[in-house]
Write a protein that binds this ligand. Structure first.
Ligand code: ADP
Length: 273
């Protein structure tokens, strides 16, 4: 656009065939890349659906079995009924848990305004979280430790409820994959312009080949190594990774099989204007 004696004069851009070919070629490249991403995300979505259908089918089949078992009696023994109903209740709880995780995953995929972030003093926040774990009797047989820098004055911008889900997942896993008298340590430190929070356990650790994949949706390391750990659905760490993404943060893990694991969370330090 030229400004000539106060008038706006539009001049036609001089485009050669070569210019147009280059522009077309670049647009084609972008289109191919978008297409590749679409196919990839569609593939992931189908895989997720298949895994979820499989995970849903297993408790439903078990519940079906329990009901048939109860119906097979003409006059079931009261104690037998009580035991079976309790087992059914356990399965219903895991179904409920699985459905909640799936709902959360779906909502994290679609950004909305409800994911409200606000500045929080990380020292006080981690201390409150740690104290609530200390008070929880499920952690009674683990040595819980909190290590914070002196009077830790740093602020981070988080959604406190969502961030607590990440910490809770890491603590629950640390508990699940460790045994009596093992330690679970919550730490925080400042590194450059990031706050690094870590959860370390002295439990069974994770094999190198699995380490790359544990943040994938529904990826689970074989249950055979941990009897009783089979109630997970492999969604926890992928949800944690999505939540960290919504905080402009990151999550990663270092682990040695047989010695334990450390999960790290990084968050940008909040500096008020
Ligand atoms: P799940 O709900 O099955 O525990 P997660 O996504 O939370 O799923 O974890 C994925 C896998 O990573 C689990 O199957 C588990 O084997 C492994 N894992 C996670 N945390 C730990 C840990 N602290 N120690 C050892 N293995 C772990």
């Amino acid at each position: 656009m030229n400004r000539d004696s106060g008038k706006n004069v539009f001049t036609k851009p001089e485009l050669t065939v070569e210019d147009l070919s280059i522009a077309l070629y670049q647009t084609n490249l972008k289109l191919a890349e978008t297409n590749r991403r679409l196919i990839e995300s569609e593939k992931k979505r189908s895989e997720l659906l298949a895994n979820i259908s499989h995970d849903l089918r297993s408790p439903i089949t078990t519940l079906h079995g329990y009901v048939e078992y109860l119906l097979s009696f003409e006059q079931p023994d009261e104690y037998e009924v009580f035991l079976t109903l309790n087992q059914m209740l356990g399965k219903l709880h895991s179904l409920d848990h699985l459905l909640n995780e799936m709902l959360l995953i779906t909502s994290l995929d679609y950004p909305d305004d409800k994911f409200a972030l606000r500045p929080i003093p990380i020292g006080g926040y981690l201390t409150d979280f740690f104290n609530s774990c200390k008070a929880d009797k499920k952690y009674a047989q683990r040595g819980l430790l909190l290590k914070l820098p002196d009077n830790c004055p740093h602020y981070v911008v988080i959604n406190p409820e969502m961030f607590a889900r990440v910490l809770d997942n890491l603590f629950t896993n640390a508990l699940k994959y460790s045994t009596q008298n093992d330690k679970i340590i919550l730490e925080a430190c400042l590194k450059g312009t990031d706050v690094i929070i870590s959860v370390t356990d002295t439990g069974i650790g994770i094999d190198h080949k699995d380490l790359r994949r544990i943040f994938e949706r529904t990826y689970m390391v074989s249950d055979s190594r941990t009897p009783g750990s089979g109630e997970g659905c492999g969604l926890g760490l992928s949800i944690a990774a999505s939540i960290m993404g919504r905080h402009d943060g990151q999550i990663w893990c270092e682990s040695t099989l047989g010695k334990g694991s450390t999960f790290y969370l990084s968050l940008p330090l909040y500096v008020p204007d």
